[in-house]
Design a protein around this ligand. Structure first.
Ligand SMILES: [Zn+2]
Length: 484
């Protein structure tokens, strides 16, 4: 489960941990295979994923990759068909990350003599958009209107905008240089007060889509330097970075079972149901006084949902062929802007138009008294579609999300499908326990009997989708969600 968007903070730490630890042995043991959904197997999966050894499964680390391989083996043993890259269960998600070893420097020529060094955080801040590439010495060109902006971009020139960001953006687009493409640097007049000495810039992190951007960086000048730039005293600048952008592969884990339709409705075979959960979590933070790192184990969030989906995979594979096609998606990067699932919908195994529903599983580890305690599930966005009522009518113990103020509907992988117009909802039992996104979200705090009951109910719900008895629709058009 993601944090509430408004509270997004810097909890996600990229701290190197356990230096020298290696990629895993391939023999991380799976539980004894059975096709029944059992508390014992669920516990096995959770204990493995949420062990300290897994270091909190931070996206794009050796630990998340190790988790991915474990999950791939579980799907393979369940005899699913691989639905990742090249006949495997792994779908590579190419992440990039910008890492800084020291704060950037900005050298400014103002008047005669040597350049003056500005202090990062105090006199300037930099927004790293492309690779952190240092510039050469650049001429400063003041831009007060679109007329000041030459039609041909010059990489030896830094554009200084005496304008609002929105205007600058529009002018650059009008001149065919969106985001300053082709220019050496974009300079902005920042705050009138100087800032505080900056720690390292926040590294850019995302998924590589097509070409990596080579847009120029954006630098804001503050305090007295803002005035000097505004007055035209700064004639040349040079930005120097101490860092690099690295490409790091991580994986979604994907398997499928092809549907066979029914005699009356053979076309159901062409409809896809995605059953999903995310396996990444928050990693670690440094220990106190040089002690070992503190691990965010992520047992409830979301090893619990992953364990349930693994159990569904086994149970479906052992049963009769489903009418609809089933995709089992164990996603990475949910805790980083849901990037893994966004990558999946951009590169789906079956064309996305064929996907009719995403049923996602998040935080099933502890009973929620608001909906009746052990074994009771709630569905996010219950009132938005026909899905929840259709389950309830057919005897599945699923009720509405008892905490609509938390906006859980928007805070998990299902929302990615919703943004594509697909009915996507999450089954959960998150009871607002205090271990959410804390190091104490441990395997031994979960209630495995409760989870078995939830997984069985979740499986029964998934069966109704698989056999075609339930075909969800939005209640009133697609939900309006605003921008990603
Ligand atoms: Zn979370």
């Amino acid at each position: 489960m993601s944090k509430r968007p408004l509270l997004l903070s810097t909890l996600l730490l990229f701290v190197p941990v356990a230096a020298g630890s290696q990629d895993p042995a391939p023999e991380d043991p799976l539980p004894e295979g059975q096709t029944a959904i059992t508390a014992k197997e669920i516990e096995h999966h959770v204990r493995f994923l949420a062990s300290d050894e897994m270091q909190g499964r931070l996206v794009a680390t050796e630990h998340s990759r190790r988790a991915a391989r474990y999950l791939a083996r579980a799907l393979k043993r369940a005899q699913l068909e691989p639905a990742g890259d090249d006949g495997t269960f792994l779908q590579a998600v190419p992440f990039y990350r910008t890492e800084h070893e020291a704060v950037p420097e900005l050298r400014v020529w103002a008047g005669e003599g040597d350049p003056l060094p500005l202090t990062y955080g105090v006199d300037f801040t930099a927004r790293v958009r492309g690779a952190p590439v240092s510039t050469s010495e650049l001429e400063v060109l003041s831009v007060r209107s679109v007329e000041d902006l030459p039609a041909t971009a010059d990489p030896k020139v830094a554009l200084l905008f005496h304008a609002r960001a929105g205007d600058a953006k529009r002018w650059l687009e009008e001149r065919g240089a969106p985001r300053g493409k082709g220019w050496g640097l974009v300079l902005r007049l920042g705050r009138t007060k100087a800032g505080k000495p900056g720690s390292l810039p926040r590294g850019g992190f995302g998924v590589v889509k097509g070409e990596l951007t080579d847009d120029p960086e954006e630098v804001s000048v503050h305090g007295e330097w803002r005035t000097k730039f505004d007055d035209g005293q700064a004639t040349r600048v040079q930005l120097v970075f101490h860092g690099e952008r690295r490409i790091i592969d991580d994986y979604n884990v994907v398997g499928c079972i092809r549907g066979v339709g029914t005699p009356e409705r053979p076309e159901l075979a062409k409809e896809v149901i995605v059953l999903s959960a995310h396996y990444d979590h928050l990693g670690t933070r440094p220990g106190r006084d040089g002690g070992p790192p503190i691990v965010f184990n992520g047992a409830d969030d979301d090893a619990s949902g992953v364990a349930a989906v693994l159990e569904f995979a086994e149970a479906f594979a052992a049963g009769p062929k489903p009418a609809r096609t089933l995709v089992f998606l164990l996603a990475t990067g949910e805790e980083r802007r849901i990037l893994g699932t966004y990558h999946y919908v951009d590169h789906p195994f079956f064309p996305l138009e064929e996907t009719v529903c995403n049923l996602n599983f998040e935080m099933l580890g502890r009973p929620d008294e608001v909906v009746g305690g052990a074994g009771k599930l709630w569905l996010t966005g219950y009132e938005r579609s026909t899905l929840g009522p259709a389950f309830a009518e057919r005897g599945i113990d699923v009720v509405a999300d008892g905490r609509p103020d938390q906006n859980f509907f928007m805070r998990s992988d299902n929302i990615v499908f919703v943004r594509k117009g697909i009915v996507g909802q999450t089954l959960s039992t998150y009871n607002m326990h205090g271990d959410y996104h804390q190091p104490s979200d441990d395997w031994d705090a979960l209630d495995y009997e409760h989870m078995e009951a939830c997984a069985r109910a979740g499986f029964a719900a998934a069966q109704l989708l698989a056999d075609g008895s339930v075909s969800p629709e939005w209640n009133e058009g697609e939900p309006r969600l605003g921008r990603r």
